[in-house]
Structure formats: structure tokens, C-alpha cells
Design a protein around this ligand. Structure first.
Ligand code: SF4
Length: 336
């Protein structure tokens, strides 16, 4: 599919959208099967040096209570994740300069030593040597959303940030040997279907192992306050097209999609998704990690949140994934 064809399909609605989403579901079944993998997210620090125009964690938001989990609290949360049946823990934070590379490497090594969990890091842009250190400590995967493939738009909504640096980080992470994940936001100001088509082509060029595509949900204490939430139907079309362009991708059906549309995670699983990421951040902290308002998980107890994910998977007629749920590309390489 070329950019012009993608552009048409991204805005498909009604029966055209139904048709568009049927084929990716078949591709998903043939490439990654019926399992839906659960990734346990631990949001371990809400400090961030960045000022993304839509995000409640932005440095200039003085209304947010900031917190930073202690290493032993992160380790304890990971042990809880394993006891709840998760195969992967995602350690996520803002770009927190309070965490040294060495400190985070120790946490990764401890989680790997104490559990059988795969570890995904999602802590933003750091130096190459830091990415290397964490990989050597045992981190398996890295999530770094590219947010938008349009350089001007990227640099407009991420003051002080560089689009080229963002992409370079993703390339370095892949070279180092991480399974890499990225993805975009739907609904940014000035975004067009042509730009979203470029997002899809960029994700294919990066040959991502994982992706997450979510709607813009601007936080009220940010410059984009009051903007409309990104259209869930377009997110679903983008997910479907991602599955067609990168057939073996691990594709998240996000909590943000559920926030934008009742039943969004189920719809996402039917549009090619095969990953759900329940939030298991200790509840005394979770409500302060307010990237966007109205996040559902922080208000639900951890066990209930996991059970809810199981119900969504059952409603989709699928099974809960076992083990770490690595990219099938990795398993194929190991066998070859
Ligand atoms: S989106 Fe990420 S990098 Fe940007 S302000 Fe929020 S937490 Fe920081």
C-alpha cells in the first residue's frame, strides 16, 4: 500500500471501515495467533523534564503531585505482577533526571534476578551508553513513541525536542538489540490523513516489534486543554492498517482508547490488537501519573483491573497469552 491508498483507508467509516478491519483480524490470527499478551505497567516516576503540549506530566504543570517509587517498591510491584500471572513488566516514567542510568540498571537486574519476567523500559530519550547499560542489565524491550511522523508538527507540540533525535534513539535501540516499540497519537492539532499515512510508513520502515496507537486526550493543565479527543474510529483504522503493514507486530489495544470510547479495548483487539497493558502501579501513587485526565485504571484495584482485562479478552473470543510474549520474530530468529 502506498501513501495515497493509506490516506483513503485511514478515514474509512461505516461499512468501509468494517471491511477494512476484517482482513487484519485474519492476518493477526495467522501470524501471532489468538493469544492476547498482558503487560503489567508500573509507572515508577511522574517527574519529567519535557514539556509536551498535551501531557499532564509536563515539567511546567505545577498542579501535579510528583512521586518517585523507591527501587524496593518497584521490585515489589514486579513480584506482584508475576504472582498475578503476568509475563512482562513495563517500567515507565517521565523523563526523570532523578534516576541515574546505574540506578535503573540495578532495578532491571534485580527484577530479572528475582522473577522470570521480561522487562520493557519506557523512560524516554537517553544517551546511547545508558540504553546499552540497561540492555546489559537484562532489559528486553524498549517503548518510545514517535508520536507523529511530521517533523514540523512533532517539534511544534514538543517544545525543545528534536524529531531527528527521536528517530535516532529508536534506531540505536534496535541496533543494541532491544525489541523496539513505537507509535503515534491521533488527533494532534493540524494533523491530516496524509500525516497519519506517514506514521504508518515510518512504523513499517522502523520494522517495529511493538506498537501502540492512541487518541489525543489533552490534559486540562496543558496548552492543548480544551481540544477535542482524537477519534477512536481513526485509531481503530490505524491499528488495522498497522497489522496489515507489519503482520507479526505486537499491537497494543490501549487504555487511552478505552477512555475515548466505551468498549475501545475490545474493538482494538478486533482491529488487529494482541496486547493489553493493565496498570499495576501501587494505588497510592497511580492517580498522580496523570498523562491525561480520566484514566480508568488508577481508580480500580489491581486485581479487578487484571480481571477486567481477562473479561475483554474472553469477550473477543481470545485467550490470555502465556510466558513473556516476545515478538514472534525473535522466536523465529532463535530457531533459525
Ligand atoms: S509525554 Fe512523556 S516526555 Fe512528554 S511530558 Fe509526558 S511524560 Fe514527559
Amino acid at each position: 500500500m502506498n501513501a495515497a491508498e493509506l490516506e483513503q483507508l485511514i478515514v474509512a467509516d461505516g461499512s468501509q471501515a468494517q471491511d477494512l478491519r476484517a482482513e487484519p483480524d485474519r492476518v493477526r490470527k495467522a501470524t501471532v495467533g489468538d493469544e492476547v499478551h498482558l503487560r503489567a505497567i508500573i509507572e515508577f516516576s511522574s517527574y519529567c523534564r519535557c514539556n509536551c503540549d498535551y501531557c499532564g506530566l509536563r515539567a511546567d504543570n505545577k498542579n501535579l503531585t510528583r512521586y518517585r517509587l523507591r527501587p524496593e517498591e518497584i521490585l515489589q510491584a514486579a513480584v506482584v505482577a508475576e504472582s498475578l500471572g503476568f509475563g512482562t513488566v513495563v517500567l515507565q516514567s517521565g523523563e526523570d533526571e532523578g534516576w541515574t542510568a546505574e540506578g535503573l540498571a540495578e532495578v532491571v537486574a534485580d527484577v530479572k534476578a528475582r522473577t522470570h519476567l521480561a522487562v520493557t523500559l519506557s523512560v524516554g530519550e537517553r544517551e546511547d551508553w545508558e540504553y546499552r547499560l540497561w540492555r546489559e542489565a537484562g532489559a528486553d524491550r524498549y517503548l518510545l513513541k514517535h508520536e507523529t511522523a511530521d517533523r514540523d508538527l512533532y517539534e511544534r507540540v514538543h517544545p525543545g525536542a528534536s524529531f531527528d533525535r527521536r528517530i535516532r534513539c529508536l534506531e540505536v535501540l534496535a541496533e543494541i538489540g532491544y525489541q523496539i516499540g513505537s507509535g503515534c497519537i491521533v488527533g494532534l492539532p493540524g494533523q491530516t490523513a496524509a500525516i497519519l499515512a506517514q506514521d504508518l510508513l515510518l512504523m513499517r520502515r522502523l520494522n517495529l516489534h511493538m506498537a501502540g496507537i492512541g487518541p489525543l486526550i489533552p490534559h486540562p493543565d496543558t496548552p492543548l486543554a480544551g481540544m477535542a479527543i482524537g477519534e477512536a474510529e481513526i485509531v481503530l483504522n490505524m491499528m488495522a492498517l498497522t497489522r496489515l503493514l507489519i503482520p507479526d507486530i505486537m499491537l497494543a489495544s490501549t487504555t487511552a482508547l478505552e477512555t475515548a470510547m466505551e468498549g475501545g479495548r475490545l474493538a482494538g483487539l478486533r482491529a488487529g490488537g494482541n496486547v493489553i497493558m493493565p496498570n499495576i502501579t501501587p494505588r497510592e501513587y497511580a492517580s498522580f501519573y496523570e498523562i491525561y485526565p480520566g484514566k480508568k485504571a488508577p481508580h480500580i484495584e489491581i486485581v479487578a483491573e487484571v480481571e477486567r482485562a481477562h473479561r475483554v479478552i474472553a469477550a473477543a473470543g481470545r485467550t490470555v497469552g502465556k510466558g513473556p510474549g516476545h515478538s514472534p520474530r525473535l522466536t523465529r530468529q532463535a530457531v533459525a
